[in-house]
Design a protein around this ligand. Structure first.
Ligand SMILES: Cc1ncc(COP(=O)(O)O)c(C=O)c1O
Length: 470
């Protein structure tokens, strides 16, 4: 409440605002819904501190964040984990360095390659055709890739959008033994710290830098995130320079207030609610006779990994029902899931949910009946087509490009990311050869109505020259 209390005091003291923002905190200048809090939308003036050079109330809030997560230092981000991941990667590398990233990484990580003139190798997590899920990072594969390349930095995602948690402890040992640094994209794991029934946060498992979207799994406003420094290996001076460079110079006090609010909520009721929720999910899964819910123990044994149960995976694919059909059925009952793909819907559960909400979610899932089951090919063939890299992402990004119809993409080199959204993970990156298998997969996603960034009106950006024989 310290941050809120200080700002509240400021709303009283600051009677004549001759500073930004232009609304001057006046209720009559903003739409009705903003009236309650427009007065708190401050800028950096005496007493409100400065996120880019925190010494007062913001520093105190960051120190609290660091204490909660048990880190060496933590920073509030108001431009999402996107800004955190990019600051982390750019600050710990130099142009022309090579880093190792999970292929199923978020686009924010790929964009760092362009911004920092960095090359990359991939960790290709294996696709499990029985569950249609990507497995955790294979440690032997990781070792081999590190041993055959000069890698400065490794970036892994923990948990994935689907709740799969790789073995960060072992990954950290392997990465550090090769003298490299480990950044963990924990965008979907900011809640781990608040329950012993959840996987342990990467900040306690040996990661050097951890980036979390507080807005995803905690009750904080959209765009709020955190970057945590967890070891002495991190070049903190460089990290701070990049955070200041990449983030806005006018950080929103409302967003920062919501970070404090989320921590207060977790202290007061969120932590205990999370335990109740997890217990309730297990009870509902055990009592369901429909065998449609993947149990934690099943996934954990099958993949020898940890699993985040707050990402509820809903699939009737083996009964011939597609992800889009489940989405449509749930929508009829007013239930909207976070993500849907060919197979799954992912219901995103957070400490803000109630036991009643979750009971209702399960009841609606169990009641799904679809009259017209899926016809034709049910195989997800995408995993069979690894793209061939023809040049670095950055080199391709700066080449001349043209738009081509999806039907005529075969053997072209992509000039853009082609990304189903969500989850925001590229099928193809700039500089990669587009093959038959990719084209079929892209067409299938379009037919299913899945939004794909990089495909607009059936047109895709490719490099101007055809490079089949390269
Ligand atoms: C795995 C992963 N990392 C990073 C991000 C970027 O996070 P933000 O939206 O907070 O910038 C996302 C967003 O969906 C994500 O799914």
């Amino acid at each position: 409440m310290d941050f809120y209390r200080e700002l509240k005091k400021k709303t009283i003291d600051d009677k004549y605002r001759f500073h930004m923002p232009g609304h001057k905190g006046k209720k009559n200048t903003v739409p009705d819904i903003f009236r309650e809090f427009v007065g708190y939308d401050f800028t950096e003036i005496d007493g409100t501190d400065n996120l880019n050079n925190p010494k007062g109330i913001i520093k105190k809030l960051q120190d609290r964040l660091s204490k909660v997560y048990g880190t060496k230092k933590s920073y509030i981000l108001v431009n999402g984990s996107t800004s955190g991941l990019q600051s982390a990667i750019l600050s710990q590398t130099k142009p022309k360095d090579k880093i190792l990233i999970q292929r199923d990484s978020h686009k924010a990580i790929y964009n760092s390659l362009i911004l920092g003139d960095i090359d990359c190798e991939f960790i290709w997590t294996e696709y499990d055709t029985s569950l249609n899920l990507k497995k955790p990072v294979d440690l032997i594969d990781l070792e081999k890739t590190l041993d055959s390349n000069d890698i400065k930095l490794v970036v892994v995602t923990y948990p994935t959008y689907y709740g799969i948690c790789s073995n960060i402890e072992e990954i950290a040992k392997i990465v550090h033994s090769r003298g490299a640094l480990l950044i963990v994209d924990e965008a979907h794991g900011g809640h781990f710290k608040f329950s012993e029934d959840l996987p342990i946060g990467a900040e306690d498992l040996g990661a050097d830098i951890v980036v979390q979207s507080l807005h995803k799994t905690l009750p904080a406003l959209t765009q709020t995130s955190a970057i945590h420094v967890c070891s002495n290996r991190v070049d903190i001076l460089s990290l701070e320079s990049f955070i200041k460079m990449i983030q806005t110079s006018s950080p929103s006090y409302l967003l920062m207030l919501s970070v404090e609010g989320a921590l207060d909520f977790m202290d007061k009721e969120g932590r205990s609610n999370l335990s109740k929720i997890l217990e309730h999910i297990r009870k509902l899964k055990n009592s369901s006779n429909k065998e449609i819910f993947l149990k934690k123990s099943y996934i954990e044994n099958k993949y020898s990994c940890k699993y985040d149960e707050t990402k509820l995976l809903i699939s009737f694919y083996d009964k011939g029902i597609k992800g889009s059909q489940i989405k449509d059925e749930l929508k009829k009952q007013g239930v909207y899931t976070e993500l849907w793909d060919l197979v799954y819907n992912v219901a995103y559960i957070t400490p803000a949910d109630s036991i009643e909400d979750i009971t209702c979610l399960f009841r609606n899932i169990e009641n799904i009946t679809v009259n017209k089951p899926l016809e034709g090919n049910r195989d997800i063939e995408f995993h069979k087509f690894k793209p061939v890299k023809k040049m670095t992402v950055r080199d391709a990004f700066y080449k001349n490009k043209i738009k081509k119809d999806v039907k005529n993409l075969e053997n072209e080199i992509s000039g853009d990311f082609i990304i189903p959204y969500p989850p925001g993970i590229p099928i193809i990156c700039p500089g990669e050869l587009i093959e038959d298998g990719h084209v079929n997969y892209i067409k299938r996603l379009i037919d299913e109505g899945i939004e794909i960034l990089g495909v607009e009106n059936d047109l895709v950006t490719v490099l101007r020259t055809r490079r089949k024989d390269d």
